[in-house]
Design a protein around this ligand. Structure first.
Ligand SMILES: [Zn+2]
Length: 307
């Protein structure tokens, strides 16, 4: 993008001309987290639709033809980034034929812009699963990363709709203050999680674990997106017993029985969380999503008696 500033600048001008006064900016957000943040920041200036549902596996979002129409008419697309949308968005964008919202264009808003990716594969381990090729894309579980997502979204909205700059800057300031207040509360709420050893179904906890001091023992999946094998499960169970793992984190999009089996074999407790906003009942905003996940984890801990 840095190589073609003239084109990007021209794009901003064209987009600004294309928006009649008072018309809301039409935004397609891939995930509910991004949709909520866009609405929190943009208020009445944005009209947001979402592609995925909160209880879906973000790596396996079913593609519907209706998304093509929405993308075709969109002024902006907001993506999580780091390849999370790789399985569905590139194909949809190609069919939608909307040059304003292609990758690298002003209308393509990448929420991962300011996130420092963790678990970036080296050339040696690039074969370790295909789902996280650019590093772990599940940064949205950590609310401190959430602040960076909000910043990237606000800047993207301003790029697409320069007349609304003040709205987006005020919206970002308000939302960041809201997040900061909750982040301080969550630090206290999550204190019991420090040093707790846990496994998850899919490798999606790294940012949350680093934030709150959870020690990850492994995953039920063999690699990102690769189902468990009996040999892998035996190894995992052995490691969990040795390290006295207390929690089996089962993300709402993944099956419960296997998580239960692993928990029963190790004396750990199953706790269901969501990797997306809207995945748990009553957690339809990003802030409620973070809150519900942390409360579930801490709640499971208080009832996870080990013999
Ligand atoms: Zn993943």
């Amino acid at each position: 993008m840095a190589l073609r500033p003239a084109r990007a600048a021209l794009g901003v001008v064209l987009l600004a001309l294309a928006l009649p006064a008072n018309a809301a900016v039409r935004v397609v957000a891939t995930f509910p987290d991004l949709a909520d943040m866009t609405r929190q920041i943009g208020g009445d200036r944005v009209d947001v639709v979402t592609i995925a549902e909160g209880n879906q596996d973000p790596h396996k979002v079913p593609v519907k033809p209706s998304f093509v129409t929405k993308l075709n008419r969109a002024d902006a697309v907001v993506v999580m980034g780091l390849g999370l949308e790789h399985a569905f968005l590139p194909a949809l964008l190609e069919v939608a034929r909307n040059p304003k919202v292609g990758p690298g264009e002003p209308g393509y808003i990448d929420a991962s812009l300011y996130v420092t990716p963790l678990e970036v594969p080296s050339s040696q381990n690039r074969t370790q699963g295909e789902l996280h090729p650019l590093g772990n894309p599940h940064f949205n579980l950590d609310p401190v990363q959430g602040k960076l997502m909000a910043r990237a979204i606000a800047e993207g909205l301003e790029r697409v709709d320069p007349d609304g700059a003040q709205t987006y800057r005020d919206g970002l300031a308000r939302y960041t203050a809201l997040l900061d207040a909750r982040i301080a509360e969550w630090a206290k709420l999550a204190a019991p999680l420090r040093g707790v050893r846990a496994v998850s179904y899919h490798p999606d906890l790294i940012y949350l674990a680093e934030r709150y001091g959870i020690e990850l023992v492994g995953t039920i999946e063999t690699k990102p997106g690769v189902p468990a094998t009996p040999a892998h499960l035996e190894e995992l169970i052995e490691a969990m017993k040795q390290q006295k793992a207390q929690l089996v984190v089962r993300e709402v999009a993944y099956e419960l029985p296997l998580a239960q089996t692993v928990a029963e074999r190790t004396g750990a407790r199953v706790v269901t969380i969501s990797t997306l906003t809207g995945g748990l009942p009553g957690a339809d905003t990003y802030i409620d999503f973070v809150d519900a996940n942390l409360k579930a984890l801490v709640g499971a801990l208080s009832t996870a008696g080990r013999p």
